[in-house]
Design a protein around this ligand. Structure first.
Ligand SMILES: Nc1nc2c(ncn2[C@@H]2O[C@H](COP(=O)(O)OP(=O)(O)OP(=O)(O)O)[C@@H](O)[C@H]2O)c(=O)[nH]1
Ligand SMILES: [Mg+2]
Length: 441
């Protein structure tokens, strides 16, 4: 049974339980939440113990079998290579990084918070997986700086008393300082003021209302795109281009997604279309090795990136690849000739990609704040953007840029990165993002 990290569900779970089912039923009491988390933990623990003992038994059986009939085992592994395309794809598979499966940690505050977030999205106690807990823990840890820089003050301002117009004014300043942008800030504050005209809100009601407004802003472009979750479509070639200014994390994001694709059972190929920087091809090859994904490249000086993309699409079609990931050179949105080069890559993709699903993803470094918004608007024109990946949420105190991008560039956020590790990237989920951003414990 494969755990599909794009959908965040195992093949046996129905889509009904999927993450974007935000019914937000945060109506459990503290005691109920704790009991629920305890039960989820106990179930996970017993599942993990069972799996560990099954693995041990299997290992022992294989050792015994290998002793009796080693040749037979070798023959079998050859057959498997022929049948399984990703295995025969390249030598990279040999060096593929063994990614340790997520394991259950302590029953601590991180666990109970993560369990609560999953419960609030309608997950049943049986559906909780270690992978989900692991990611939410990473996300909350990753957003720590933003929380310290903005949220703690916000929560202090909210206090315990009913909201006053003065507190709302302070919230406005805080949102602007976190780079949420004027449009998103106005939208949230107007809604809050309207609500306050109708009734008195205590601090926790005010916070809940604000969180809902933030989710609404983040979800609007996702809903408008008609695609809740960006998942490679089966049976066609999916081409995902990664574009953006220098050093924002394009190659790292592409590497993480290639690993995520392989872990989730999709075949993948990488096009090293950053021919500008000498070490770029090497960097992408390292990621290819880590994930076990073949890299199509051209190492001659000044190779045409569009030609690399052309070759890679040909190879991907010939090999029936599910997901082709295209790394591009970093470029300033103000450099006209480089933006033209990007348009050329885009034209090649559009020409060859009939019947393919093309995504053009802008990678944004969260710490660049409002500058990210300007990049989004400029790249939208040349690269025909369909979505955004926000990286380095762990290293910045300006997670608010997600709101500016959603409200002002009207682009759906598809993935977020909160660390340099191979597992520090996940499909975006507004509810979890806002809860982690405003986690008050
Ligand atoms: N802390 C943190 N670092 C990240 C994250 N994503 C990428 N980085 C780091 O940012 C640096 C630049 O990442 P790259 O992936 O090379 O960026 P790029 O956009 O491909 O850069 P160019 O190809 O030079 O334009 C590297 O040191 C990465 O490890 C993240 O989510 N968190
Ligand atoms: Mg790069």
């Amino acid at each position: 049974m494969v755990y599909d990290e794009f959908r965040r569900t195992t093949s046996s779970q129905s889509d009904e339980n999927n993450q974007n089912n935000n019914d937000n039923s945060l109506d459990k009491t503290k005691e109920e939440s704790l009991d629920w988390a305890k039960e989820a933990y106990a179930r996970l623990k017993s599942k993990q113990d069972k799996e560990n003992s099954e693995n041990k038994n299997r290992d022992q059986e294989e050792i015994v079998k290998a002793g009796i009939d080693k040749d037979d085992l070798i023959d079998k592994s050859k057959d498997a290579e022929d049948e399984n395309f990703t295995i025969s794809l390249s030598n990279n598979e040999d060096q593929k990084e063994i990614i340790k499966p997520s394991s259950l940690g302590e029953f601590d505050e991180s666990f109970t918070w993560s369990a609560e977030i999953l419960a609030a999205q309608g997950k049943k106690v049986d559906d909780i997986s270690v992978e989900e807990i692991d990611w939410l823990t990473r996300l909350r840890r990753g957003l720590e700086k933003t929380r310290k820089g903005f949220v703690t003050e916000l929560l202090d301002k909210l206090g315990d008393d009913p909201l006053t117009p003065e507190v709302v004014d302070d919230l406005e300043m805080l949102l602007l300082r976190a780079d949420a942008g004027v449009l998103a800030t106005d939208q949230v504050l107007e809604a809050l003021r309207r609500r306050l005209n109708e009734e008195v809100l205590d601090a926790s009601e005010g916070l809940r209302f604000m969180k809902d407004q933030l989710c609404k802003i983040l979800d609007a472009p996702i809903e408008a795109s008609g695609i809740d979750l960006l998942v490679p479509k089966r049976g066609v070639l999916n081409i995902w281009l990664f574009v953006g200014v220098n050093g924002v994390g394009k190659t790292t994001t592409l590497g993480k997604i290639s690993s995520l694709a392989i872990r989730s059972g999709y075949s993948s190929l990488i096009a090293a279309a950053d021919t500008f920087r000498a070490a770029a091809v090497e960097q992408v090859q390292v990621w290819g090795k880590r994930s076990g994904v073949q890299v199509i490249s051209n190492t001659t000086a000044n190779a045409d990136p569009a030609a690399v993309v052309y070759d890679a699409i040909g190879a991907a079609k010939a090999k029936n690849i599910d997901l082709l990931l295209v790394d591009t050179a970093g470029r300033l949105q103000t450099k006209h000739n480089l933006m033209e080069e990007l348009e050329k890559i885009r034209r090649i993709v559009d020409k060859l990609a009939v019947n393919s699903c093309v995504e053009s993803l802008l990678v944004l470094d969260a710490s660049q704040g409002q500058n990210g918004l300007r990049q989004a608007l400029a790249f939208s024109k040349s690269a025909g953007l369909t979505g955004v990946v926000i990286t380095k949420l762990d290293g910045s105190s300006r997670g608010g840029v997600a709101l500016a991008v959603a409200s002002e560039a009207n682009l759906p956020i598809r993935f977020i990165g909160a660390g340099e590790g191979i597992k520090d990237l996940r499909p975006f989920n507004s509810f979890e993002f806002v809860e982690a951003l405003l986690a008050n414990r």
